[in-house]
Write a protein that binds this ligand. Sequence first.
Ligand SMILES: *Cc1c(COP(=O)(O)O)cnc(C)c1O
Length: 512
Amino acid sequence: MDIQTVNHKSALAPIQSDTSPLAMNADAFRNAGHQLVDRLADFLTGLPERPVGPDASPAVIRAALGQRSLPQEGADASQLLAEAADLLFSGSVFNGHPRFWGYITSSAAPIGALADLLAATVNPNVALWPLAPMASEIEEQTVRWIAELLDYPDDCGGLLVSGGNMANMVGFWTARYTKADWDLRKAGMGAGAQRMRVYVSQQAHTWVEKAADLSGLGTDAVRWIPTDDQLRMDTVALRRQIAADRAAGDLPFLVVGTAGTVSTGAIDPLPELAAICQEEFLWFHVDAAYGGFAAMLAEAPADLKALREADSVAVDPHKWLYSPLEAGCALVRYKGLMRDTFSYYPAYYPTVEPDEEPPINFVEYGPQNSRGFRALKVWLALQQAGRSGYEGMLRQNIAHAQLLFDRVSEHPELEPFAQNLSITTFRYRPEDLQSGGEGVEEYLNRLNQELLVRLQKGGEAYLSNAVVQGRYLLRACIVNFRTRVADIAALPEIVARIGREVDAELRPQFGR
Ligand SMILES: *Cc1c(COP(=O)(O)O)cnc(C)c1O
């Protein structure tokens, strides 16, 4: 019986697709979309005139949103989108602003926003090739292009994940599986006779702890190796720790080198780490989430280029490829090991024809099941700018960080610390406190901490901080294609002006 012909009670009436509460006919979609795109275009061109972020407490932001209850009835899509845009334009920190230099968050390429719209509209599920034939092929091509930029073997395995943390964890899990000398996937961590150990520098990112914890090794498994005066891993100390762990009956399995530390952009001596891993039969992973893409530059230091020797590498397209969040990328030299680590193939996945070369099913190469089409925004941006376009933007970011370092060095109230890749660290130091003395370091830490809070609230520019050898530093990390020389040139005096204000207020309390 045809369901349409049955005279149902209205509650059971069949829903026509064009009257579904979520349906948008062509005109409605076009109108809502055009209105939104018009507003976004104005937003992007108006960014330099806006404060970098809102000076608003959590209470103010919450009040602006309002205590809404879940609506019982639906509403008009255009109106909802316009309202959401208002909320976000007034309550966001704009990392696309030319003066946003906080953390490691890049300005996002506009083509990435349009790519996300396209990806979400077609909505391929890039878990299984049969569900997303073209998207799977595009993701494979994107991974190959990223490998090519890094001069990494282009027959490697790889996939896109949410960010640097997940990309690093993919490397970590592959290393753990490969180096465990028992059936780790089946028997688990507890079945090993030895405790697994991982080696990173004291400047490494916190993902390592999270990975050791969540993977059942425990954070005690992480051996934090001291760094030299340039904050690079001390390889003598590394060898010593590996030997001590072996002597204690433990199982060293992984060395993680960092190509661009979060605090100061330091690059570990990767060629030496590679050699140590070869000698010791350890997995060599490089966390290149921030600095990796700088390896595309001809003038990149040899230490950075040596990431090509790693067994696995994590990079972050949502950092130095200027992809909108989220996009991380894991590369593993031997594709088969990735599959050995992650693959399950239950009966409800499609059958593979025995005589066909099976195309890639990304579900078998990482932790996710359903997967969105993150690769599209990366793939499109790589083509829009081309290799030389990217080289130019990275060079400019690095040049801006160097310029900032020079300007800070010339300023009598600012003290420079380090400059690596596109990170410059410095602090405010009143002229009469240049020569140090008792309690001065402690005071400078408090002063710079308060200075940063005011700078961020003031909206003139956005920096974050680093703590290096007990010193609280201001930190500019420039991964921003909108920044111009004038933006950099303005920063020292903005910081000094706020520094003077804060100093005038804090000094009496400090009793000096
Ligand atoms: C940013 C970063 C991470 C974490 O990446 P997310 O994209 O934030 O998950 C890890 N390691 C380094 C060196 C980083 O710079």
